[in-house]
Unconditional design. Sequence first.
Length: 318
Amino acid sequence: MPDILALGEPLVEFAATERGALGEARTFVRGFGGDTANFALAAARLGGRAGYITRIGDDEFGRACQALWRREGVDTAGVIVEPGGVTGIYFIAIDREGRHTFTYYRAGSAASRLQPADVDPAYLAQARLFHTSGITQAISEGACAAAEAAMARARELGLVVTYDLNVRPRLRPVAELRGRVAAALRWAHVVFLSTEDAGHLFPDVAPEGVVERLVAQGPQVVVLKRGPQGCLVVTAGGERMLVPGWPVTPVDATGAGDAFDAAFVVERLRGRPLEEAARFANAVGALTTTSLGATAAIPTRAAVEAFMREPARGGMGA
Ligand code: KDG
């Protein structure tokens, strides 16, 4: 049975292989995405026992997602296959300056029809940690209700509740997203956000100020992901750790934040101290940026450990 459960929407991904506007792109690499699905897959690759809760269509892409999870060892007992349903897709375009944009075709997807009753309390009860995100809250009223009810139930059951803000102004107006973040903070023990999320949510406040605001609302730990600069970990007890990143040559940062979250929680469940978990998560995030798409470059535990040991990175060698 899985220790780590995530709830949200999986997407099939098409990443343009040429830089420029999406409308001009002619070739794409097919992959998989969806923030919480990336999280579950990363947790499994890193040696965690992970399960995913969602709805998918009984279409080709739904079957491809199921096959991926089976291959990767992600438990699918919480996956509902919707007859006649459609699995969402999205496109990644990277402009000439290296910035990526997402274009979604997910309205009316099977996952957008998630409801609170889709989360089996007995499945939750056997786990140690539950994770969801601002994207899950943003895709539909039903998915939002499912995410919030599951967070509340997981907390009642004594699970650790983790939450990534993953602010996507393309899905909903920011004012609404702010209200949803505030709701999630009632249940989340550990909160993740990127500097981009902080900027979307409170454009007039420095990211560190946004972290202070979040930590004042109840979570035990808030982690600000700073991309190549690593991360800042702040605790309700007043600890503040700035943990440096790992230099790599990035290709596409999609999914790096989700893999970071998974690495952090897998390490914490293994009993690692905050700073060590953050160091490991920074390495996982960095490695995940090294190829196109959200999941292709998510490393295995062995690959991360080898990377961190490389003498050029300050490691001790093999
Ligand atoms: O974090 C990466 C995700 O944003 C990507 O995989 C697509 O889930 C996605 C979304 O809704 O943006």
